[in-house]
Design a protein. Sequence first.
Length: 335
Amino acid sequence: MKILALESTCDETSVAFLNGRKIEKNLVYSQIKIHRKYKGVVPEAASRAHSEKMAALLKKITANSKKPQAITFCRGPGLNGSLIVSAVAAKTLSEYYAIPLIGVNHLEGHFLSCEIENDEIKNKFKFPLIVLIASGGHSELWLAENYGIYKLLGSTRDDAAGEAFDKTAKLLGFPYPGGPILEREALKASKKDFSFPIPFVREGFDFSFSGLKTAVAYKLDGKKLSIGFKRSVCYAFQEAAVDALLKKTAQAAEKYKVKQIAVGGGVSANGRLREAFTSYFKGKNIETLFPQKKYCSDNAAMAGLCAFRRLEAGEFKNCVSVNADLKIESWRKKC
Ligand code: KG4
Ligand code: ZN
């Protein structure tokens, strides 16, 4: 099965071509330069940039490629104006080629990315398992019972994890997106003489990161921000944020007695998070899976993966158009 995949949920325009289990091409155009001057993503600028770049990327990926047998795109969650760009392009192409159109969930794509190894889709999951999605827009914990069968255990009550990294970096005067820069600066911290309270919602599996951001703001208030002090703040923030994500994930793993944890989304690229999760769960005899770094942030290959699993399950047989509307799916039922 040859699948052409499109992604434009936020500030990356991406197209990918999958041939069976092989990700033959995954082209990503990042809009960081456009949004950096505004210190965050400007939705209108994002959708304009997607519409300018999508056609060029499609032209590039379809040159010398065989005709796809299915086309897929992330239909949400994401920025509405951005989502429409790949929705329209994918629908047009599916009608032109007369092939099935499969709208998939962006967050499921982040989860399934954990099964890519050397650009190939492997079968690594041992269901049921706990999934942590930590991205710029979402922090969620799921119980995954099989491909496409997910129960939402908890989500953030305010800021998402990546958003908290970005906002803290902004308070410190670092450019957008702050997550990778904050991680780099935390590594350079020489003084680790203070900590922030670990943000923790007592009941259930929800997260909350806005209190941690406020604690950082109070810590900075009226102080001269030397680079050494900023690095100490980055270190203390990262420790608290990673601990908060780890604690809830550990509670969920214990409750559901799983043997695997999968972590996806942009924040899963964070080295400290990877180290903390891997060593904690190793001690509990639980395997932790992460995507390869290049598949952590938004990319079209992950949409291709979702479509691959649906087609493999025999869904969408003989369909020309399925799930192609822009309605955000409600399949992640809160339990
Ligand atoms: O999944 P993603 O690419 O886009 C969304 O779906 O939101 O995630 C982007 C988020 C941003 O907030 C970015 O700062 C964060 O992931 N991020 C990181 C790191 N790399 C990206 N956060 C912490 N450490 C990193 N190394
Ligand atoms: Zn994402």
